[in-house]
Design a protein around this ligand. Sequence first.
Ligand SMILES: Cc1cc2nc3c(=O)[nH]c(=O)nc-3n(C[C@H](O)[C@H](O)[C@H](O)COP(=O)(O)O)c2cc1C
Length: 278
Amino acid sequence: MRDFLERSAIYRVFLRIRPRFLSDEKLLTRLSKRGHNLDKALSQNADNKLYLFELMLLFKEYFRRKLKPTDVTKWAWDLVYRAQLDLRETEPETEQAVYDASFAGTDTAKVITGRRSIRKWDAKPISTKDITDSINLAKWAPSSCNRQVWKFLIVEKKEDKDLLNIFTHQSFYKKAPFVIVPLVDITDYHKEIKHYAYLDMGAIIQNLLLSLHCKGLGACWIGIKHDKHYESNADKFKAYFHLEENLVPVSLIPVGLYCEIPKAPPKLPIMVISAIAM
Ligand SMILES: Cc1cc2nc3c(=O)[nH]c(=O)nc-3n(C[C@H](O)[C@H](O)[C@H](O)COP(=O)(O)O)c2cc1C
């Protein structure tokens, strides 16, 4: 019952504020007011769900409009972050877990945030072992029912790389010392779970990019479109590299030593890509 009342109260707030209809000025004023409400609730250990929820909606609109950050919005944003953590820490099911609120400074965080898509490489050669070692580490990725029906074709010769242009109009990949072609046997996945094939591949490809990055190698994930051009060339590709009939190429991953590390592209704020279910 309490849950229901809470939910309907939240719904009323949602209907009431409709941040889209607020002017920029009113939006910022309300952000500041609710920030103070939340600050007070946090310092008194009082229930803050409604303020948090309203602030989350206001921030969603604030990010949508790409308004300039101010001291007040940074302060309020920090509060939202803190309140979200508090909310999670009080969930009963997390009581048993060893919970570390911050990833900052950990090796995992450095590896994940430090990886970039690399499109220019140093001319110095790298060894095949660097590639196979990285695949060997990447294989610890999860896969549905532990299928592991992935394969990695490692391409080095110029004429072989040239043939891969049947999959993409981009040519920068040819300048990399190696190109890895991840492949999957989709016949292992029945009709209802065909898409699991690409989920499994996504998991191992990201592991591979991170493993290569740890070795100081730069790579880029290049998608392969399954268009008419692909349909008419897939057999030629498989015959040329003597690949099994059932294998489907998923992407091209050029790899080499970093030439330069590009600036990190912007990533969306947590508020935009997540929502706490109320
Ligand atoms: C499925 C997929 C397909 C991609 N295809 C291409 C591509 O065709 N060409 C390219 O230069 N980058 C491609 N990328 C790389 C993205 O552009 C890159 O990950 C994104 O801009 C973010 O940059 P970051 O990897 O440095 O964080 C692809 C990435 C993914 C996940």
